[in-house]
Design a protein around this ligand. Sequence first.
Ligand SMILES: [Zn+2]
Length: 184
Amino acid sequence: MISRRLKRLTFVNFSKTKEDGTRPSIERFIHGEIYRLQPDVGAVVHTHAATLIPFGVSKTPLQPLYHMCGFMNGGVPVFDIAKEHGMTNMLITDHKIGRSLAGTLNRSAMVLMRGHGATIVGASIKEAVFRAVYATINAQLQAVAIMLGNPKYLADEEAVKADELHQLVLERPWDYWMKKIDKK
Ligand SMILES: [Zn+2]
């Protein structure tokens, strides 16, 4: 079962060299530059999830609406590629742009990318995937809550406490998602 899950795994290093002959993502610089800047990051998820896009292009900040998204405490920064790099195809296609993105992420768990998507980090792949999944749900819920009017977001202290709790119970959702993959 493990080998089935890992069939799309590609090994790359910080240079252009591919270690296994497969074709790495054009946006591998997202991962490489974050790992380079933050050695305590153990996993990076990059997504083009549609529900996150509006929060990267509008003045409405993505905020922790419920307990699953305490990792958004302190706010979610937005990376605008045009600020430093002018007119591009919006993707992170070299080391320089990757470094800019990693700098905007800084010590946050997540960075929105204007007109592109988002990148989420964690100490482990389980934590990064957990955060990525619930960030997209938070975005859906936040849009609904704004339509209903004046949502009350988690206070920073509440968000920190919720995040601490979820770091202890990452196994359960991970096992559920793995079972869903195995059934396919
Ligand atoms: Zn992308």
